[in-house]
Design a protein around this ligand. Structure first.
Ligand SMILES: NC(=O)c1ccc[n+]([C@@H]2O[C@H](COP(=O)([O-])OP(=O)(O)OC[C@H]3O[C@@H](n4cnc5c(N)ncnc54)[C@H](OP(=O)(O)O)[C@@H]3O)[C@@H](O)[C@H]2O)c1
Length: 274
């Protein structure tokens, strides 16, 4: 019998690529979306349903999970992928923007996990895959709000796997590097502040510059699939992030920060100024 995966934020980018990949591999896919788009070709098969699910609306989480159980009979893997980036200085971000960022990237993910856990426990197990980011372990300028949510996802995931192991529920974290999706151009919301305009412009230019050279989401989808089938205790998978983690680990902190500042903020300064 085919296994079933439920994905949040499957309308574009990594979520969509992952849905398509699991279909190719013969899985049933609940490609949940904030605004279900029945026009997407890859969803036009009886192996895919597109329940409406907005992670900030708990009632839609419950209804999407029930719809999936009714249609496919079970859920084996949950992929918490929905998310966006609030960009801007700490000073420029409003409390409402920060609240919304956490509602989507963190509290929405927690609600989805809390809704699926009783189902996984009663069915004898399952796998929870949380899409964090390299930004869940390394901080970059003007991305503090987003980082805070992804660090929260990392901490939650690492802690809860101790609680869930004896229920045969695996936890996996995916930490992609920069990926070419809607994320940078449309999925990123900017909170500008006049005191930081020059640095903000550098970051925007940097993001525009790198966008076309980023990896495609299909590579991340393959890693997510591998994680879904990996029965080992491996927790973290870093598609297109390994090189950055490696550099961050081996470079002295002052040199790392001076590099990030010169590349992203256009400031060249000696590492020992830090
Ligand atoms: N692209 C990167 O460089 C990168 C790197 C590291 C981690 N990530 C993470 O990867 C995940 C997917 O991002 P992506 O790159 O594929 O960007 P994307 O193409 O913008 O996809 C984001 C998805 O999240 C959905 N979403 C946003 N708010 C939602 C909500 N309240 N409820 C349900 N769905 C919601 C979007 O739905 P709508 O279509 O309705 O907006 C969309 O389907 C995110 O968690 C992101 O943080 C991305």
């Amino acid at each position: 019998m085919s296994k079933t995966v439920l994905i949040t934020g499957a309308s574009s980018g990594i979520g969509e690529a992952t849905g398509k990949y699991f279909i190719q591999k013969g899985w049933n896919v609940a490609a949940t979306m904030r605004t279900p788009n029945k026009a997407l070709d890859w969803t036009k098969t009886n192996k895919v349903i597109c329940p409406q699910l907005d992670v900030t609306k708990p009632e839609t989480i419950t209804s999407a999970i029930h719809e999936t159980l009714e249609y496919f009979g079970s859920i084996d893997v949950l992929i918490n992928n929905a998310g966006y980036a609030l960009m801007g200085s700490v000073e420029g971000v409003t409390p409402e923007q920060l609240h919304q960022q956490f509602q989507t990237n963190f509290f929405g993910l927690v609600s989805t996990i809390q809704t699926i856990l009783p189902i996984f426990r009663s069915s004898g197990g399952g796998t929870i895959i949380n899409v964090a980011s390299i930004g869940g372990r390394i901080g970059f300028p003007f991305t503090s709000s987003y980082h805070a949510t992804k660090w929260a996802v990392e901490g939650l995931s690492e802690a809860m796997r101790y609680e869930l192991r004896r229920f045969n529920i695996r936890v996996k974290i995916i930490e992609p590097g920069g990926i070419k999706t809607n994320f940078i151009n449309h999925g990123a919301l900017w909170a500008p502040h006049p005191a930081y305009t020059e640095m903000e412009n550098h970051v925007r230019n940097f993001m525009d510059m790198i966008n076309d050279s980023l990896a495609k989401p299909e590579g991340v989808a393959k890693v997510i699939y591998r994680a879904a089938n990996d029965k080992s205790g491996k927790l973290r998978y870093s598609p297109y992030g390994e090189a950055i983690f490696f550099l961050h680990t081996i470079l002295p902190d002052q040199l790392w920060r001076s590099l990030v500042e010169s590349i992203m903020l256009g400031k060249t300064s000696s590492p020992n100024q830090y």
